[in-house]
Design a protein around this ligand. Structure first.
Ligand SMILES: [Zn+2]
Length: 204
């Protein structure tokens, strides 16, 4: 059931939308208590007042997938009922709708970073097997670590930006911090994975 953000500013529609999410068991799930729903509506209403064009953004409940904004479809997927997650995805939407080129840069570096995560271990093993000279090996691992960190940077700064925006606007700051700090650290840990693998190549 795809709706729009405008629909969700209605009490009745928001209740209907969050009903399939109420069953989700997730760290980010705050439940569908009247207080939580009120805060989600506050986040929506405030954002739509600031920028009425956001009302057209499509939104779909995705139990099991915490959340994401998909620029090409101008769609927010929301898998948990949580005002901070709503605000965070709106933060992405505001940034990425503004700048098409920036969106392309994030998408490109993100897919390379994902590929890098998959290949980092086999690449490390191949370098160990193929590059005999240990100084050259060390140099190659340093270059790969640096490149990995650079690939992760644009997506991480976008994540941080969306969360800072969400915290700034949060009706309940503590709730937003409790949700968004662990979420950001998960992104950091994922990005650090290939860097750690290439660094370990120097020690193996
Ligand atoms: Zn995000």
């Amino acid at each position: 059931m795809i709706g729009t953000l405008r629909n969700l500013t209605s009490d009745k529609e928001l209740k209907k939308f969050t009903r399939p999410l109420s069953e989700v068991s997730s760290f980010f799930q705050e439940g569908v208590s009247p207080e939580v729903l009120k805060q989600i509506r506050q986040v929506l209403v405030r954002n739509l007042q600031q920028d009425p064009s956001l009302a057209k953004i499509k939104v779909v409940p995705t139990p099991g997938f915490p959340g994401g904004y998909f620029p090409r479809r101008d769609l927010i997927a929301l898998g948990v009922s949580n005002p901070a997650v709503m605000a965070h995805e709106l933060g992405h939407a505001k940034n990425l709708r503004k700048a098409q080129l920036y969106d392309k840069l994030i998408a490109a570096t993100q897919s390379l970073a994902r590929l890098n995560t998959i290949v980092s271990l086999p690449v490390t093993l191949a370098i160990k097997a193929l590059v005999r000279n240990s100084d050259t090996q060390r140099e190659v691992f340093n270059i790969l670590s640096g490149t990995s960190a650079a690939l992760a940077a644009p997506a991480l700064s976008e994540e941080l930006g969306a969360s800072m925006e969400a915290i700034k606007e949060a009706p309940d700051k503590l709730q937003a911090l409790k949700t968004l700090i662990p979420a950001f650290l998960t992104h950091v840990a994922t990005s650090a994975f290939p860097v750690a693998i290439y660094q370990s190549g120097k020690l193996l």
